[in-house]
Design a protein around this ligand. Structure first.
Ligand code: NAP
Ligand code: MG
Length: 479
């Protein structure tokens, strides 16, 4: 008997009300898709069908963009202090219904309830509070510089932090006076649909927030729509490049938040037990479905053996299983497709000559699962050392000197984040100065704050979300 099946600590699914079928949310109401097409969204931990969602086609996207253009007429005349009130109301409602949102996020996407409850949801509410606060202070933010909103913005988000990515995008876009057409990922649309219900509840003017669910084709219609003035995208580098090419030569704003292959650097003078915690959190948080995951462990050669032993021991304590169990540390892989990708890269790593350590645990029979894994004896040119696995798989590389650590850390197409573990402050500053990464954590990892900008260098994308810089992603210089 698995503890995850019968433990009393399991959060109740019954607290959420999931409709059998959802349309799109356009012009302030749920509407039947013109495409008449639907796709099931399942729970990746059980493969049980949760609901059926619309696959928006060109006509659905057209309808949403027309609605957002109409909405703009009202929204642009809404006083900034009034815009703030709507955002504050949304923030409060998200807080009130956060348990429901957390259960829905874990059911639809597979992440552990303790993460959706204690990480995603508090941050979602904070982002709305934070940008609500900016809405009537934009003149203070920029002094004499004059900016104006783009108008109708298209936002495309991935499946790893569905509601959190929505909040990173929707809150600053509305605070700065834009109207939105959002497309969530096809495997995790349910929290965005519940958010649309909240927009109705707070009486957000019709057309200010529009939601079209669907797959990549729906996203592509949005990107190529002639009346969209700005695209904000979070997802894979491949799709990001496609979007950039599609928009070439058009006067459309673009921000891209793409993939990563972050180095988590552990110097031999680090507090090793704390570093082990940080490395475990850096890669196994959210099953490693994290763009800024510390997926490359760079450990100083003289402590490699000792550190790996401690790490393996700690990994063995991770609870893998039912996302709704409050004791679960590692939940389900988001989809069969993603599981296939992880398995393929791990098999290539073994074939290349990497040593694979996996924890011993029983995995549930149904659903998509991958055991927390660690590669050692890895050469810098192996795919597992260069490509984003986006799963619970850590790749170890070693270094002798700080110079070598920096060289290896920067030897990647990506540049989203990095971690540094050392007791010496001067070494932190020296290393951080030389790392090509948008976010650098020292003696911690995966810490976020709504006031702090997040974004990448190189093929991790451009533009920033969060903080004052996040406002600029939704404003253009006024003529
Ligand atoms: P993805 O395939 O790029 O999908 C992201 C979003 O784009 C989804 O809504 C997807 O729809 C949509 N999409 C797919 N093809 C499209 C197209 N041709 N035109 C317009 N939209 C299209 O990425 P994913 O597999 O969902 O997410 C994983 C990737 O996202 C990882 O590489 C990760 O690093 C990156 N990511 C980055 C950040 C960041 O902040 N930098 C955050 C999270 C994730 P469907 O899902 O319905 O196909
Ligand atoms: Mg799902």
């Amino acid at each position: 008997m698995n503890s995850w099946q019968y433990s009393e600590s399991i959060e109740s699914e019954k607290i959420v009300n999931i409709e059998k079928k959802y349309g799109n949310f356009i012009d302030g109401k749920f509407v039947t898709p013109k495409s008449k097409q639907y796709i099931d969204t399942i729970s990746p931990s059980t493969e049980k069908i949760l609901s059926s969602i619309s696959i928006g086609n060109q006509q659905d996207v057209d309808y949403a963009v027309v609605s957002a253009k109409e909405g703009l007429k009202k929204w642009s005349k809404t006083a900034p202090s009034e815009r703030a009130k709507y955002l504050f109301k949304l923030a409060r409602l998200i807080q009130e219904r956060s348990r429901e949102f957390a259960v829905l996020e874990s059911l639809d996407g597979g992440k552990p309830i303790k993460e959706s409850r204690d990480f995603d949801l508090p941050q979602v509410a904070q982002n709305f509070f934070y940008y609500a606060g900016w809405a009537d202070k934009l003149d203070i933010a920029w002094g004499n510089e004059k900016y104006k909103p783009y108008g109708v913005v298209g936002q495309i988000i991935p499946w790893n932090f569905p509601l959190l990515m929505l909040s990173w995008k929707v809150a600053p876009a509305l605070a700065t006076g834009n109207t939105v057409v959002l497309k969530p990922a096809e495997t995790t649309p349910l929290t965005a649909l519940l958010f649309a219900e909240l927009c109705e509840e707070v009486g957000l003017p019709d057309g200010v927030f529009n939601l079209v669910t669907g797959d990549g084709s729906t996203g592509s219609h949005l990107v190529n729509h002639k009346d969209i003035k700005k695209i904000a995208f979070t997802g894979s580098t491949g799709v990001g490049k496609y979007i950039q090419k599609s928009l070439a030569g058009r006067d459309v704003g673009l921000t891209l938040e793409l993939g990563g292959k972050a180095a988590n650097i552990v110097y031999s003078d680090a507090a090793l037990d704390e570093a082990v915690e940080g490395v475990v959190n850096g890669i196994f948080f959210n099953q490693g479905h994290v763009c800024c995951a510390g997926s490359r462990l760079l450990v100083q050669e003289d402590i490699e053996e000792k550190f790996i032993k401690k790490l393996e021991k700690r990994m063995q304590t991770l609870n893998v299983g039912n996302p709704l169990d409050k004791n679960t540390d590692v939940g389900a892989i988001n989809s069969k497709d993603q599981l296939d990708k992880i398995e393929k890269l791990v098999n290539e790593g073994i074939a290349d000559g990497g040593d694979l350590y996996q924890i011993e645990c029983e995995l549930p029979k149904n659903g998509f699962w991958f055991k927390p894994s660690l590669f050692t004896s890895v050469q810098a040119n192996y795919k597992i050392a260069t490509e984003e696995i986006f799963g619970p798989v850590l790749t170890t590389l070693t270094f002798r000197t700080p110079e070598e650590a920096v060289e290896i850390a920067n030897n990647t197409e990506y540049g989203l984040s990095a971690g540094i573990w050392t007791e010496k402050g001067s070494k932190i500053l020296w290393t951080a100065d030389r790392l090509e990464a948008g976010v650098i954590w020292a003696n911690t990892f995966n810490k976020f704050d709504p006031a702090s900008p997040f974004g990448g260098y190189k093929e991790s994308g451009f533009g920033r979300e969060g903080g004052r810089h996040g406002l600029l992603s939704y404003l253009k210089v006024s003529s």
